[in-house]
Design a protein around this ligand. Sequence first.
Ligand code: LLP
Length: 388
Amino acid sequence: MTLYRAAAIFNKYKTPFYYYDLNLLQQTIDEIKKYSTQYNYTVHYALKANANNKILSIIKNAGLGADCVSGNEVKKAVEMGFASDHIVFAGVGKSDDEINYALDNDISCFNCESIQEMEVINQLAVNKNKMATIALRINPNVNANTHKYITTGLEENKFGINTWQLDELLENYKGFKNLKIIGLHFHIGSQITDLSSFKSLCMKVNELQQYFIKNKISLPTINVGGGLGVDYHHPDTNSIANFKDYFDLFHQFLELQPNQQVHFELGRAIVAQCGNLISRVLYIKNGINTNFAILDAGMTELIRPALYQSYHKIENISKARDLTMKYDVVGPICESSDCFGKAVDMPLTERGDLIALRTTGAYGEVMASGYNLRDRVVAYYSDELFKN
Ligand code: LLP
C-alpha cells in the first residue's frame, strides 16, 4: 500500500507517529538471507538502529543474531529471545554492571576496544569463575567516505584498538586467564554507499590476519561490522539495498583461513526503508523569500537532519504530486536547527495535510528525545492499520 493511499487511514490517527511497513521489512530480511547464506555468513542485527519489540521479533524469528552496544540492549535482546550464543556486545565504554550482566547471560562475544577493557572483563570473569570470549575491535584506519560524525574506523576516532598496540596487547593477554580471543572485529562507519570502502577494509583484514597467524592466535570469527547504506533519495524505486553486491564483495576480497566464520552487523540497511515519520502541517507561514510549512513533528522525533545534515525525502501525502511551490519544512521545536528540509518542492500545502518523512526506520524513533517536554512518539505497524 503506497503512503498516498494509506493517507485516508493515517488521517484517523493523532500525529506525529512512526509508521512501519512490515512487509517491506520481511522482504528486506529475505534478501539478506538469500545472499548471506550462500556464503554461510552470519548476520547480527544492530539493535541501535531500531529496538521496537515488533521489529525485533520479526528479525529474531528470521534467525538473525543481535549486535548490542549497551547493557540495556543486551537485556532487550535476551528478553526478546535472541539466543545468547547469537548476542554480541560492542561499545567503547562498557560499565562494570553492563559487563557483569552480559557475563551472567553467557553472551557469545564481547567486542573489546582497549587493553584496559580486556583487563576489566578478565577480572570480572575471574570473580564469576567464567571464561569470557572476546573479539578484538581493531581500528583499521580505513576511510568510510561518509559523514564525519558516523565515521568510526579512522585513527582520529575513539573506536577500536590501534594496530601499533597489538604487541603489547598480546603480551598482556598471556596474563588474562579468563579471556579467550575468538576473533577480530571491525566497523568503519555507517551509511556507506561506496562499496570500495569495504574492499579497503578487506585488504586491511587480510594483512592483519598474517600478524595473528605469525603470533599463533587462531581466529574463528572475522566480524566486519555493518555500515551498508540505503538510498534516501529513492525510497520507492530502490527500497532494498543491494545485498548481493555487498556480500559478493566480501566473498571476493576477504582471504579467510580454514573454518573461519564471517560475521556482519547490519542496522540501517535492514530497517531504514520500512519506517516513515508521519506528521501533519500545523501552519503555513509565507515570508518574502521563504514559505514555511510548520509540522507537528520536529527534531525531537527525528534528529538526523539537525545532527548530521541528513537528507530525508519529504512528501505531502494528502495532495496530488504536482510540483507547485517550495517550502522550508520545519518542526515546532525552539531551535533554528529544527528543520527537515529547505526549499522542498511540494504541492500547494495547507494546514492539516499529512507529510511523510521517508526512510526513517533506522536511527529515527530510537533517537527521539523529550526535549521541550515533548510526548514520546508512538509507532503503528502495517499489520495493525491495514488488516485485510
Ligand atoms: N556495529 C557497530 C559497532 C556500530 O557502531 C554500528 C553503528 C553498527 C554496527 C551498525 O551500523 P549500520 O549498519 O546501521 O550502519 N545515528 C547515526 C548512525 C550511527 C551508527 C553508529 N554505529 C545516523 O543516524 O546516521
